[in-house]
Ligand binder design. Structure first.
Ligand code: PEP
Ligand code: MN
Length: 355
């Protein structure tokens, strides 16, 4: 980490970046209010520090002690905040992403999308490509699912969060997604992580089923080192010996991540509990613990859902969750944005006219 002097000029910073790149190293800039920090990343071979130390504008050189570098608070003491449809992920407002586990049909998606929008969600989730444990389970509608998400976005104005499962599909999924979701099962798919990094599209990175906090941050590092700074991390429950819930919500991970990294941290109380009855309570716990947002599964008819029905909230229960979260957010000095007006006031959800 090359720490520049507070009065370092743009030209001095530029000269250092050129020297870094001429050495076949990568330069990553972190521009603070007072000074710029330049992260120098190589491939593990020792770097001659002296060549930078005496250049004009350099204050000092400090090694980053953690294995994750660009994700660390040492490198970027300021929190990462990035825009999502007029909102700021990681800012003072809590971001709530909601929608079905899978996109199943036009009516299912549009009905659920309108309901979550009216209840106060700021983004719509829905899987078109589903990473299922069994090859015999519903695998998602694929491209058709993406097209339905685009229609839901057009009608509600909600930005889309959807999973991309393979490197080859990044360029397609990114045409529909405002945020690319990397699922728990793919958290260590390094070629996929590099590809979403190169895409320069915002990413929601879910913690792997048996991944440590450090593993999660090392995965984020793959995205950041490909020069994509817009990454939010998601605690979605981990495997433990406890089997009364689907997973165990690692509430600890929220303040731990907030201490170790500048990246926004959100909680998925649906997968972390696996039962709709516990979702609201655990969502509240997550916001109280400092999460920057939530991703919640909501289905217009959970008993008929093709995936994760047992953990999906009905729309009215989701509306209650939002009310509870508003209270907790205010108690911890955060807030929730008010629901936006639907873009088209009288949308014809089912394309059936008024009859
Ligand atoms: C999902 O969000 O529906 C999903 C598959 O989540 P995870 O990757 O956390 O299991
Ligand atoms: Mn799911």
């Amino acid at each position: 980490m090359i720490i520049m002097k507070t009065n370092a000029t743009k030209e001095q910073i530029g000269a250092i970046v050129s020297r870094i790149e001429n050495n076949q190293l990568n330069a990553h800039l972190s521009k603070g209010e007072e000074r710029t920090i330049i992260g120098v990343v190589g491939d593990g071979r020792p770097i001659q520090q002296d060549q930078f130390l005496h250049l004009p504008g350099v204050d000092r050189i400090v090694p980053i002690s953690r294995p994750f570098k660009l994700a660390s608070r040492e490198f970027n003491p300021k929190r990462t905040i990035f825009p999502l449809n007029g909102l700021e992920v990681g800012g003072s407002q809590i971001v709530i992403i909601a929608g079905p586990c899978s996109v199943e049909s036009r009516s299912q998606l549009l009905e659920t999308a309108h309901a979550v929008q009216e209840a106060g969600a700021q983004a719509l989730r829905g899987g078109a490509f589903k990473p299922r444990t069994s090859p015999y389970s519903f695998q998602g509608l694929g491209i058709k699912g993406l097209e339905l998400l685009a229609e839901a976005k057009e009608q509600t104005g909600l930005p889309i969060v959807t999973e991309v499962m393979s490197q080859e599909m990044v360029s397609v999924v990114k045409q529909y997604a405002d945020v690319l979701q990397i699922g728990a099962r793919n958290m260590q798919n390094y070629s996929l992580l590099s590809a979403v990094g190169k895409s320069q599209h915002p990413v929601l990175l879910k913690r792997g089923l048996s991944a440590t906090v450090e593993d999660l941050l090392m995965s984020a590092e793959y995205i950041l080192s490909n020069k994509n700074p817009n990454v939010m991390l998601c605690e979605r429950g981990i495997r433990t010996f406890e089997n009364s819930t689907r997973n165990t919500t690692d509430i600890n991970a929220i303040p731990v991540l907030q201490a170790l990294t500048h990246l926004p941290v959100i909680l998925d109380p649906s997968h972390s509990t696996g039962h709709w009855e516990y979702v609201t309570k655990i969502a509240q716990a997550g916001i109280a613990a400092g999460a920057d947002g939530l991703i919640v599964e909501v289905h217009n008819n959970p008993s008929e859902a093709l995936s994760d029905g047992g953990q999906s909230l009905k729309p009215e229960r989701f509306a209650e969750l939002v009310t509870h979260i508003r209270g907790i957010a205010e108690a911890v000095g955060r807030s929730l944005p008010n629901p936006k007006e639907t873009i088209e006031a009288n949308v014809d959800v089912f394309g059936m006219g008024n009859g």
